[in-house]
Design a binder for this molecule. Structure first.
Ligand SMILES: Nc1ncnc2c1ncn2[C@@H]1O[C@H](COP(=O)(O)OP(=O)(O)OP(=O)(O)O)[C@@H](O)[C@H]1O
Length: 296
């Protein structure tokens, strides 16, 4: 019999988290799985549960939580010879990974989807020795974005980041950045570096509209040193889904990028504060099989 593990973050999904876990469990049993549920209590529990699932050669891991739980779950699969298939029931406020894979954002619908699925191979990113599922950002602006209060994230979504970004312009927000990618190099004053795996970042689906989770590329943007006026132009291009054509932006696709700076800056990885620069970012193609809706 096939085996599934549900990794539940009870703090996302609020009071309905346990109900969703029961519904998921019942549905998977109906489709022929034996199911175990493990609840996270703190940071990195999902990583540990996921590593165990790999070692036990479990067939399917279901992440019931937000992007943070998913980020930890995928990191638990790193360097494991057996990687279970992955299903996602999004309980967070943003759920970029589910958006990118067209998995329903309402938990009940995502659970029901499990009745009839197909798999899609998803690319994964690697920053130094850690995996990421969605985005890496670096620069003074990214450091400020790591500090966006979660209350604002729930209320304002992507615009919480815009709000924090505008505040950053009160100080000197740019730094000298060196970005080496594949066989090329960009150097100059920059406000922000972004490497995205999918079209959805912070719940906003226009950053890299053409990016697909399985296209084999990191979609990178360097927002050059700007003042408040030119930043408004960058903002307009962003909202129009046209960022790559802005003259204030250096946009490129790459499989491997090295980012360094003369400042002491930390990155933002999947929306959380990450490691300090310099960093090496790589694309790992077709890393994981994700269950997605079967479309006829
Ligand atoms: N029982 C728990 N109580 C509180 N925090 C937990 C618990 N279990 C795990 N966590 C931590 O909660 C973090 C955030 O979880 P996650 O992103 O999945 O949910 P969320 O915050 O509801 O989603 P979003 O970030 O989209 O708002 C995880 O990275 C994990 O470290």
């Amino acid at each position: 019999m096939k085996q599934a593990l549900i990794i539940l973050n009870p703090s996302s999904g609020k009071e309905k988290a346990h109900t969703y876990a029961k519904q998921t469990s019942r549905l998977l049993e109906e489709t022929g799985y034996t199911v175990a549920v493990k609840e996270t209590q703190k940071e990195f529990d999902a990583t540990a549960f996921s590593t165990e699932a790999c070692k036990e050669k479990i067939d399917l891991v279901v992440s019931l939580g937000g992007d943070g739980t998913l980020h930890e779950t995928i990191n638990g699969m790193m360097n494991q010879p057996h990687r279970p298939k992955l299903a996602v029931v999004p309980l967070g406020t943003v759920n970029d990974f589910a958006r990118a894979l067209h998995i329903p954002l309402q938990p009940e619908k995502a659970i029901n989807m499990l009745r009839s699925t197909t798999t899609r191979k998803a690319d994964i990113g690697k920053i130094n020795d850690q995996l990421f599922i969605n985005v890496v950002a670096a620069g003074q602006l990214a450091t400020s974005l790591s500090e966006v209060p979660s209350e604002d994230k729930s209320k304002l979504g992507f615009f919480a980041y815009v709000k924090e970004g505008i505040k950053t312009f009160a100080g000197d927000a740019s730094c000298t950045m060196s970005v080496e990618y594949d066989e090329q190099k960009w150097e100059g004053r920059a406000l922000l570096f972004i490497a995205a795996l999918t079209n959805s970042v912070g719940g906003f689906e226009q950053l890299a509209p053409a990016a697909e989770i399985d296209d084999g590329y990191l979609h990178c943007f360097i927002i050059k040193d700007t003042n408040l006026f030119t930043t408004a132009a960058v903002g307009t291009s962003l909202l129009a889904g046209n960022l790559e054509h802005s003259k204030y932006v250096h946009a490129f696709k790459a499989k491997r990028v090295r980012v360094s700076t003369n400042n002491d800056l930390t990155t933002n990885v999947d929306g959380e504060s990450g490691m300090s620069l310099p960093v090496t970012i790589e694309l790992i193609p077709s890393y994981i099989d994700v269950l997605i809706p079967l479309t006829k």
